[in-house]
Design a protein around this ligand. Structure first.
Ligand code: SF4
Length: 638
């Protein structure tokens, strides 16, 4: 089969058995890779009552069709499991070089079952696949371990690691690779740690079989020629995603002090410009990328050792920076380094420390809970001490190690009203009170409040920031188009910033595989995955679906106190209007449960049967489901 590595691997960690089978072409075409492979496998194989950190959960690594090809920009690899943070389907991906290396070794998916009796790491060197002892690495920081394993195995191995937080089962632990690329969200690092897998080391030396090499070469060459002079290229190369800090403050969506307001006093000190001036060491790129948005940096803080890291990028600056009240780029970079080495997602990590800082501000937690320390806005020492308590699950760190929702449920005293999360997943770095489509995106997402599932901020601007009308169909379109980049998988920034169209990506798949795959076919795969993971979430968590699509009260009813969005809130009524519109446009019933008609149309009869057995199937919609589910706002990417 063209375009793929050709082999799926299954590893039973309990017995050490390693099995291989050819990747079925029907499976590849139907689910494409990464997020698609994960969604299908997790849905079919993980029992609905399986503990996310127990032996029945699976842990999966999967590149996809574009990974390792030189179509723009096939650097990504997906990780999947059931999430300990949301108790639903989980997938998270990373760039760098690990995914391409796996494809070059010949593998399209590795499925880990059960739990190893001892710490191990996965060693892959072309045909050689071994579980090797990792006791000597257990306890090490993610970044420290990658450097050590490069020394032990050789620079040409691509390595992914977890840190102490993953070993300890912190629900928002991440997986790190290439000294700063993360599969950050959903707690995939905790599941890897629960399996006792400390690291993955891969070397692959084969080439990918390409159906039409001259065609793919010309296609990519033309895109390079066109995009290298794109006006967005230079600022992205210079500042990376951090260039967005000034824009977000000017547009009233930057989270400050746990989203208490949306313009951050002192944001200039943590801007992209400051990053370039103060901490940037050099630029960095993933496999096959000519945009190199990655920034390799050094944080210098008197009294602390210099810290080297990749970043901070926008989300980290928003959440470890603005949401924690920081105004010094060195402090944000250091916070980024701490999260990376401890193995914590900077987004959930920053969000939850900001939430805890507000609890401290309100006197809900005190120095007594913090081993004598404080938790003051913008204080990097307080940040560090508390983060280490979380990573070790020590004292009150244990309460916060399960995420903001779980912490708020335990703390009580109205804290849930300012816990900025949906389905247990902490908000990405955008306040939504002037951006209701973005709130709808967060709350209807299968994995919770992650911007990458559908970034709708510019759609809000185009449709009108003070109206809920017309938002739902555009959010659905974005929820289908944007996750395609997690399924092919490849870097979405070439689409979002350099105007490489989804159609051009679909054309690359045609040259690579020989399949006449249109963008419409890809979009159908995306809609199918979206409905499957919705069914999965309901089957695990019960219904109706509507009860899970819940927004934090702060976003609904607390008016923004100052700045460009002063006085704005979404409003409960507007949110309910958008939800009704959303369910109708998806072909789900008013309870937010998928209907048999839409599931069968997408080839998911088994999911309809499963939902029906559990009393979770949507009621038939009078007049049937909409013919077109999701509506493009304009031809340009958003
Ligand atoms: Fe990686 Fe950035 Fe290039 Fe995307 S643009 S492939 S994230 S370096």
């Amino acid at each position: 089969m063209y375009g793929y590595g050709g082999t799926i691997v299954r590893i039973n960690l309990e017995t050490g058995e390693i099995g291989r089978s050819p990747t079925p072409e029907t499976f590849a075409r139907e689910w494409l890779g990464a997020r698609g492979f994960v969604a299908k496998t997790i849905y079919d194989e993980v029992p609905r009552d399986a503990d996310p950190l127990g032996p029945e959960n699976l842990f999966i690594i999967a590149p996809g069709v574009l990974t390792g090809s030189f179509a723009p920009c096939g650097s990504k690899v997906g990780f999947g499991c059931v999430s300990p943070l949301t108790n639903g389907h989980a997938d998270s991906n990373m760039g760098g070089h690990l995914g391409p290396e796996l494809k070059f070794a010949g593998y399209d998916m590795i499925v880990f079952e059960r739990i190893s009796p001892k710490p191990v790491y996965l060693f892959v060197d072309d045909d050689t696949i071994e579980l090797r002892p990792a006791e000597q690495y257990w306890g090490m920081g993610s970044l420290d371990l990658e450097a050590r394993m490069k020394k032990d195995l050789g620079e040409d191995f691509q390595i992914a690691t977890i840190g102490p937080a993953g070993e300890n089962g912190v629900a928002f632990a991440c997986i790190t690779h290439d000294f700063g690329r993360q599969a950050g969200r959903c707690g995939v690092g905790a599941v890897m740690g629960s399996k006792k897998i400390k690291a993955i080391a891969v070397r692959g030396t084969r080439s990918l079989p390409v159906h039409d090499l001259p065609g793919l070469t010309k296609h990519t060459y033309d895109i390079i020629q066109r995009t290298k002079t794109h006006p967005n290229m230079e600022p992205w190369q210079k500042y990376g995603t951090a260039l967005f800090v000034s824009w977000a403050n000017e547009h009233g969506c930057f989270p400050s002090r746990n989203f208490q307001t949306t313009v951050h006093e002192g944001w200039e000190g943590i801007s992209g410009e400051k990053l370039a001036e103060e901490v940037l060491v050099t630029h960095k790129a993933c496999f096959g990328c000519w945009m190199n948005c990655g920034k390799y940096s050094r944080a210098r803080i008197p009294g602390k050792p210099d810290a080297y890291l990749e970043g901070p990028e926008y989300e980290t600056i928003a959440l470890c920076g603005g949401s924690c009240g920081m105004t010094d780029i060195h402090h944000v970079a250091y916070a980024n380094y701490l999260c990376d080495n401890l193995g914590l997602d900077t987004m959930s990590g920053g969000n939850i420390v900001g939430f805890a800082m507000e609890c401290f501000q309100r006197g809900i937690i005190t120095q007594k809970d913090l081993e004598g320390h404080e938790l003051r806005w913008g204080n990097i020492d307080d940040f560090e001490h508390f983060l280490r308590m979380i990573a070790a699950r020590r004292g009150i760190g244990e309460t916060f190690s399960h995420g903001t929702r779980a912490a708020a449920q335990k703390l009580g005293r109205g804290t849930i009203e300012f816990a900025e999360q949906a389905k247990g997943m902490e908000f990405s770095g955008y306040d939504t009170r002037w951006y209701s489509a973005q709130l709808l995106s967060y709350c209807t997402s299968d994995i919770g409040a992650h911007h990458n599932r559908s970034w709708a901020i510019t759609a809000d601007i185009e449709l009108g920031q003070d109206t809920p009308v017309g938002k739902a169909p555009v959010v659905i379109y974005l929820q289908h188009i944007r996750p395609l980049f997690d399924t092919w998988p490849c870097c979405r920034l070439f689409w979002g910033e350099l105007d490489v169209t989804p159609e051009e990506h679909a054309e690359a798949i045609k040259y690579l595989t020989g399949w006449a795959m249109t963008i419409e076919e890809s979009m159908r795969v995306s809609e199918k995955i979206w409905n499957l993971t919705r069914a999965h979430y309901l089957e695990r968590n019960g219904g109706p679906g509507r009860k899970h699509d819940v927004a934090p009260l702060r976003q609904l009813e607390e008016r923004i106190p100052n700045g460009p969005a002063e006085g704005r809130k979404v409003g409960t009524e507007n949110f309910e209007y958008m939800l009704n519109d959303y369910y109708a446009n998806r072909g789900w019933d008013r309870d937010g449960n998928p209907t048999r008609e839409v599931l069968e149309l997408l080839g998911l009869k088994h999911a309809a049967d499963n939902l029906e057995k559990r009393g979770l199937l949507g009621k038939p919609i009078p007049g049937g489901i909409p013919k077109v589910r999701g509506q493009k706002l304009k031809p340009k990417a958003m």
